[in-house]
Ligand binder design. Sequence first.
Ligand code: FES
Ligand code: FES
Length: 207
Amino acid sequence: MSENEQVSAGGHSRRSVLKAGGVTTAALVTMDGVAAAAVRPAAAEGVASPVSTAEVMLHINGREHPLTVEARVTLLDALRERLGLTGTKKGCDRGECGACTVLIEGERVKSCMTLAVMEDGREITTVEGLARGDDLHPVQAAFIRRDAFQCGFCTSGQIMSAVACIDEGHTRSDEEIREWMSGNLCRCGCYPNIVDAVRDAAKGAGR
Ligand code: FES
Ligand code: FES
């Protein structure tokens, strides 16, 4: 699967992300029903520097999180810096490594490539939301059983992608699993174990 396909999986194209990012140059913006507005003075020169902010409601792992964010803030930064959900990792910060993968409305999205304001009101699942109390998600359990954990940095993104990969039904062969997990890079080379773990979890889910 191409990078572009993965990035657009949440319903946003690169173009729409770039356009949304561009609202930081506007003093007043309305996007997706979110009223955005604020002009913050630049301290040094006393010159008005237009910075648009928006009130958003992020639905994450079954909880609502009201936030005021600048329109340029990525979902990844909102999760990590504002909400303390640091299970989602920042690797490349430019859509290449998959460390920041989350599920939005059940589809995998690289959270560094979408803006928090674009996900207002949508259902977001991070790695923190997979387990049910002490019961690990079957994919998490399979990763442990198959020793698919390595550095821990890219693992949460791998797990989120694996959950979606299984839900999408792209697990009919090891080749298919590799292809549909290819947006997540693992530099330590534990791919074979990851494929084993995804295959196990898919079997457990009847896929
Ligand atoms: S941090 Fe988002 S793809 Fe690398
Ligand atoms: S698990 Fe992080 S580089 Fe492989």
